[in-house]
Design a protein around this ligand. Structure first.
Ligand code: ARG
Length: 414
């Protein structure tokens, strides 16, 4: 009996060639798996292509809800931005792809899974690590890492075997899901040049965006967005809607010099309208309701969370442990944030919450302040205590050193 391999299949040139290559090189039957993560592809077309190329079976898995609930929502609570900029859209999707590959492999009696990642990126790590953690008996095959074909050679390989692939005309390498669109290669590889307008698909050029600002009122419930402009929306609807509206105002373009896990620095361009707006708003609301100490400590946790997810360690036990800390901070992150979208910018211009720690009685410079200014004097006395003692000591030391020098000079002069 021939062996079976479950292949993550996008329908593009690489993974189409993978199907044939796995059949020929590994004498395998191939089962293809395509996840719908909201990437706006034609799923029927992808299935058709898989069958034409000769896959034994094909799975289209609608994983949008699971993706948002179990991956995107935790990332919002964690304000997750890798290196302060990248909302991890691609990175969050990979462990879910790995998980579904394992499920299909087990169902189909496969002894291996395969994917179309190259050997230069993060995605191979994310999928390989997930698959091996979930089922160590599965082999992971990454044909693109092995076959050493140039793009032209791949096209020739496909043509010789009559594969129904249309090499895409795009000069960019793109990955997308509901949380964002990653664009690489082509002219973007020169970090010194501005991304050309055709690199973008989800966002209007800020110059072309409407002249009227658009206000969005985002309602959060325990750390996740639940309402827009007062209207309750389910998560998928909400994220799609914010992508749409913010994108139309040119919001969400990210130009990032990124440190890949494998050590390469790369220039990455992203379009993440909803992610940019929602994370910014969420962080702002946290500032209203969490204490200074919670915010300080959470910032460390957020950095670690983003790093684990970026670097493919979704299944590392530290990640759910951090999630439990984060969850404990989110009960009060309920309230509403007003965001102003205008020609490529998104600015929080108002926020409110029943759990607000902001007390106008304390902060006001106007009449009726409840803050007793006299108590500041004693506080400052103690707050500066160590600085005062230390700076007294260092003046004494300087004095001594000066005298010492003069002493030496006097000796030399003798
Ligand atoms: N640099 C990003 C990441 O590591 C995006 C990767 C995009 N992947 C792709 N196959 N084009 O998450």
């Amino acid at each position: 009996m021939r062996r079976t391999v479950a292949l993550a299949f996008s329908g593009g040139l690489d993974t189409s060639v993978c199907v044939k290559w796995l059949q020929e090189k590994y004498d395998a039957e191939v089962v293809t798996v395509t996840l719908d993560l909201g990437q706006r592809d034609d799923m029927d077309e992808i299935e058709k292509r898989s069958r034409q190329i000769g896959a034994r079976n094909h799975y289209t898995i609608d994983a949008k809800e699971e993706f948002i609930h179990d991956y995107v929502f935790p990332s919002i609570k964690a304000n997750a931005l890798y290196e302060g900029k990248y909302p991890l859209s691609t990175a969050l999707g990979r462990p879910l792809i790995g998980k579904k590959l394992v499920e299909v492999a087990e169902k189909e009696g496969a002894d291996a899974v395969a994917h179309g990642c190259t050997g230069k990126g993060n995605d191979q790590v994310r999928i390989d690590v997930t698959v091996r953690a979930m089922n160590p008996s599965l082999q992971v095959i990454a044909p693109v890492r092995e076959w050493n074909m140039s793009r032209d050679e791949e096209i020739a390989y496909a043509q010789e075997r009559g594969l129904p692939v249309k090499p895409s005309k795009s000069i960019f390498s793109v990955d997308q899901n509901i949380w964002g669109r990653s664009v690489e290669s082509g002219p973007l590889e020169n970090p010194g040049t501005e991304p050309p307008e055709d690199a973008f698909e989800w966002t209007a050029s800020p110059e072309e965006a409407p002249d009227e600002p658009r206000y969005l009122e985002l309602g959060f419930q325990e750390g996740v967005p639940a309402r827009v402009d007062g209207k309750a929306m389910d998560p998928l609807e909400l994220v799609s809607y914010v992508n749409e509206v913010a994108g139309a105002h040119g919001v969400g373009r990210i130009d990032h010099i990124e440190d890949r896990l494998v050590g390469i620095k790369s220039r990455e361009v992203y379009e993440c309208p909803a992610a940019s707006v929602v994370i910014d708003a969420h962080r702002d609301l946290e500032k209203l309701v969490l204490t200074r100490h919670e915010l300080d400590f959470k910032a460390h946790v957020e950095r670690e969370w983003a790093w684990l997810v970026y670097s493919g360690l979704w299944l590392e036990p530290l990640r759910p442990a951090l999630d439990r800390f984060i969850a404990a901070t989110q009960h009060r992150v309920t309230g509403s944030v007003k965001v102003k979208l205008y020609k490529g910018t998104s600015r929080v211009v108002g926020r409110s919450s029943d759990y607000s720690i902001y007390d106008i009685g304390l902060s006001t410079y106007g009449r009726g302040s409840t803050f007793d200014q006299k108590s500041a004097v004693g506080f400052i006395e103690l707050w500066g205590l160590q600085s005062r003692v230390a700076s007294g000591l260092s003046s004494q030391a300087e004095e001594k050193e000066k005298n010492g020098h003069q002493g030496t000079k006097a000796k030399e002069a003798q």
